[in-house]
Design a protein around this ligand. Structure first.
Ligand code: PHE
Ligand code: ZN
Length: 871
């Protein structure tokens, strides 16, 4: 147990800042073993602060205070406590000069200023700036920054910070300086600087108003050939934000930097976005289609933050979803416009329903706008990001695209340069549309996934069809009772001949039902027969929906529903029913209708291949666990495996035909048609190798040798890894490593192919990977690819009945917590859902959590996760 218990911060305790800072002048001297940070702050009392506090209190962590002057005179009566610097009785206006000494080389938490493969970089969100200098490190203190960086010219020729370069030159001892000025006031979490020996890739973008923006990407020389896709994505995002939201870029330069050691995906620092290398670098030979797709959306996401996050920021960290939910919604819209909207939606909902629903049903469940936290780094969650985006999407559905755009225009106009709340966002949407969103606000306040229970009745005599929908929401920590939500349900009715039926006098065949009460009935008249309902089209609300479709109805919807998302979802529901029936002993054989439905998909000409690939993928083990109480993972896995084997054996000829029809030859392009073709062909290959088919094996080996892009090469490798061909598998793994050991992003994939494999990724294999020379404890990507992928995606071995997977994870978390608490707390996530599992698994997971809780020097981050999970 920790010596002192970390305290929670509450939204209800929010007070305006006592002091405001108008200007920050930084001079940062970089040396090999330390950095000196000289800061001058122009400070004034906040007229809005009623407490009229006399003492100035600044945040600071792990800082050596070298000097402190107030209006040019040394301060003597200050106090330095754990986390704070207090200067008693300060005047109304003054300037404070602070010099701190920090040690970037020893900064293993990767928060604040640190070193990553020889370069210096920063990560300040959420509370990293206080590890650089003393400051009121909260997002509602916004200031203009001027930053001068000094370093050895040869080792660090490139010196970057936010804004525009305004001065540069040589210094003594082979050193040089560059000074940057950012004219836009910003919170400290958006501060950034970089120093390194980096190559610069340039491009440009001309805005709608005719300004030319310099785009610059900075990478290590070995990555020079991996910048093109990110720059192309950036330009698309810039054009899209002008077109769809009317938002133009505001500085003259936009910079993107790639760093290898990074706790998260990327960071939207003003004018200087910093990316995890794996979320920005790509070339056809080294990155898969999935990586291209991810990079396009993350580059866009960070760029979009320039308005939704930077120009308008968060008042406090409880409002995190203000910027993240809205920006994820924006990047989802962008990705939909760049490729297939339906496929994009399917992939997104699939992730939301498995991972975010699990979070919402577990001990860490919290509202989109949480009420309290111990460590804010633990609240960069799927709920804040993904459910937050769904909440914005529902507003978009309720208002329609035009009103929504008016609402967003009003929001940006009204709050430009301010730090605001989710409520301000909703109010702008209300004011622009005259819609009352009072009840809708509960989506921000109440945690948990609502459940809709749907029943229906058909009166043949009058031709009236009645849908009755009851909503409820399970209790979550601290919230035992929930008020009804305002839920948009997009739907349609389908006749037995597949015709979409008119729902109203205007002959619309689709409508949005708005649920506001606990129970609602909706009537549709003039129908000749009982229709099949198609509900929650496009997943119009983040809810669980229960309606007793028959298997025949699901098959019908799989091919006839005009909504592509619902066609996919009907297939998922059918497969879930088939798998769980086998697992629970209700069926012994795989329902042949499932096989026939898949056969139809594979043989119907003209279907979108990306859709077919999604529809052929059986529901994941994670989703099946989510749908099961007391989940027995081995039993679920066994049933899923039986269904997969049966389907793949029965469809062998069709799968081979898919392979024959598809030739990914020619030059690689990240383009929807090619991506779809590769994804279907590689899904077919995986199924063929999994049933041990010799032709499948030969094709995998040939593809592994001949592939000209990483999508096909890695697909072939994974097909061999997850197959009974043990000799071929080990040969391919060895060759792949030999060929790509110089490239960290590819080595990450090599690790994940093993740690994520239900065939080979057992504790012994994963333990071996930790001992591999390419594994690096200090690199979060390697840690995630081995330990995170094992615990998060390889449920077969992580939940090994003997508890070895759980114990393995516990040991690694313990080790990591000593030097990178954000990563250790992230990795503990899979243990938090222990109550969802069968008794033997539950006990072993809780046991590991208890051991962690009892450690003497647990970090705040991990403390919060383990105590809340057990509590
Ligand atoms: N704000 C970043 C994003 O969503 C995520 C992030 C959070 C990165 C905290 C680093 C630290 O784009
Ligand atoms: Zn973000």
């Amino acid at each position: 147990m920790r010596a002192e218990q970390p305290q929670a911060v509450h939204l209800a305790d929010y007070r305006v800042p006592a002091f405001l800072i108008d200007h920050v002048d930084l001079r940062i001297e970089l040396f090999e073993d330390c950095a000196l940070v000289h800061s001058r702050l122009n400070i004034r009392r906040n007229p809005a602060d009623e407490s009229q506090a006399r003492d100035l209190v600044l945040n600071g962590e792990e800082l050596g205070l070298e000097s402190l002057m107030l209006d040019g005179r040394p301060v003597e009566n200050h106090r330095v406590d754990e986390g704070f610097l207090t200067v008693p009785s300060v005047p109304e206006h003054f300037h404070l000069d602070v010099t701190t000494r920090i040690h970037p080389r020893d900064n293993t938490r990767l928060e604040g200023l640190y070193q990553s493969s020889g370069m210096f970089c920063t990560q300040c969100e959420a509370e990293g700036f206080r590890r650089i200098t003393y400051f009121p490190d909260r997002p509602d203190v916004m200031a203009c920054y001027r930053t001068r960086i000094e370093a050895d010219r040869e080792a660090y020729p490139v010196l970057l910070a936010n804004g525009n370069p305004v001065d540069w030159g040589e210094l003594e001892d082979g050193r040089h300086q560059v000074t940057w000025e950012d004219p836009y006031p910003k919170p400290s979490y958006l501060f950034a600087m970089v120093a390194g020996d980096l190559v610069e890739k340039r491009d440009e973008f001309v805005t709608g108003s005719g300004r030319t923006i310099d785009l610059r990407m900075y990478v290590e020389a070995r990555n020079e050939a991996k910048c093109e896709h990110a720059l192309a994505s950036l330009k698309k995002a810039m054009a899209w934000d002008e077109e769809v939201y009317g938002r133009e870029y505001d500085l003259d330069i936009f910079m993107v930097v790639a760093v290898d050691d990074f706790n998260m995906g990327a960071m939207e620092n003003k004018g200087l976005n910093i990316f995890n290398s794996s979320c920005v670098l790509a070339s056809p030979e080294t990155a898969t289609d999935a990586a291209y797709d991810r990079i396009e959306s993350i580059v866009a996401h960070e760029y979009f933050h320039n308005w939704s996050g930077n120009r308008v920021t968060c008042r406090d960290w409880f409002q995190l979803s203000l910027k993240e939910g809205f920006t994820v919604f924006r990047d989802n819209q962008f990705s939909a416009d760049m490729g297939s909207p339906t496929v994009q939606r399917i992939d997104h909902v699939n992730m939301l329903r498995t991972a975010q629903f699990a979070e919402d049903a577990g001990p860490m469940a919290h509202p989109v706008r949480p009420d309290s936290y111990i460590e804010i780094a633990n609240f960069y969650t799927l709920t804040v990001y993904e459910k937050g985006a769904e909440v914005v999407r529902m507003i978009h559905t309720l208002l329609g695209p035009d009103m929504f755009r008016e609402g967003s225009d009003l929001y940006f106009a009204r709050h430009d340069g301010q730090a605001v709340t989710t409520d301000d966002f909703v109010r702008a949407m209300e004011d622009a549309s005259s819609r009352d969103l009072t009840q809708f606000r509960r989506w921000y306040e109440q945690a948990g996934t609502p459940e809709l229970r749907v029943t229906d009745a058909f009166d043949a005599e009058s031709g009236t069809y009645t849908l009755t929908i009851r909503q409820s929401c399970p209790a979550t920590p601290g919230q035992s009772h929930k008020e009804p939500f305002h839920i948009p349900v997009r739907m349609g009715l389908i006749a037995s001949d597949g015709e979409a039926l008119p729902l109203d006098a205007e002959q619309n065949t689709e409508t949005v039902l708005e649920l506001t009460d606990t129970e609602h009935s909706f009537q549709f008249s003039g129908l000749a027969e009982r229709p099949v309902p198609s509900l929650l089209r496009g997943f119009s609300a983040p809810v669980k929906l229960d309606y007793s479709w028959t298997r025949d109805q699901l098959m019908f919807l799989m091919s006839r529903d005009p909504d592509g998302f619902n066609r996919w979802d009907a297939g998922q529901k059918l497969a879930v029913d088939v798998i769980l029936s086998i697992q629970q002993g209700r069926d012994t054989e795989v329902d042949p209708r499932l096989v026939e439905a898949y056969r139809t998909l594979l043989t119907t000409p003209g279907l979108d291949r990306a859709m077919v690939a999604r529809m052929l993928a059986l529901p994941s083990t994670a989703w099946l666990i989510e749908l099961t109480d007391e989940a027995d993972v081995a039993a679920i896995d066994g049933a899923r495996h039986q269904v997969e084997q049966t389907v793949a054996r029965a469809l062998r000829d069709e799968l081979l035909q898919v392979r024959a029809d598809h030739h990914p030859g020619g030059d690689y392009a990240f383009e929807p048609g090619q991506v779809a073709a590769r994804s279907l062909s590689n899904s077919a290959l995986a199924l063929l190798t999994r049933i041990g088919d010799d032709q499948g094996r030969d094709q995998a080996l040939a593809q592994f040798d001949q592939a000209t892009n990483m999508t096909d090469r890695l697909a072939a490798l994974k097909a061999l890894v997850d197959s009974p061909f043990s000799q071929e598998r080990e040969d391919a793994l060895a060759r792949f490593h030999a060929d790509w050991q110089h490239d960290p992003q590819v080595v990450e994939q090599w690790f994940a192919a093993q740690s994520g494999s239900p065939w080979i990724g057992n504790v012994n294999r994963v333990t071996e990977l930790l001992a591999h020379p390419a594994f690096d404890w200090k690199n979060p990507n390697k840690v995630r690819m081995v330990i995170g992928v094992f615990a998060g995606r390889n449920l077969t071995h992580f939940h090994s009945p003997d508890g070895s997977g759980h114990r393995f994870l516990g040991e690694q978390i313990r080790r990591l917590d000593a030097f990178n608490p954000q990563i250790s707390a992230q990795l503990a996530q899979p243990l938090t859902r222990w109550r969802q599992y069968a008794p033997h698994l539950r006990d072993s997971m809780a046991g590991v959590l208890r051991e962690l809780r009892d450690l003497p020097d647990l970090s705040r981050d991990l403390y919060e996760v383990v105590t809340k999970s057990l509590g």
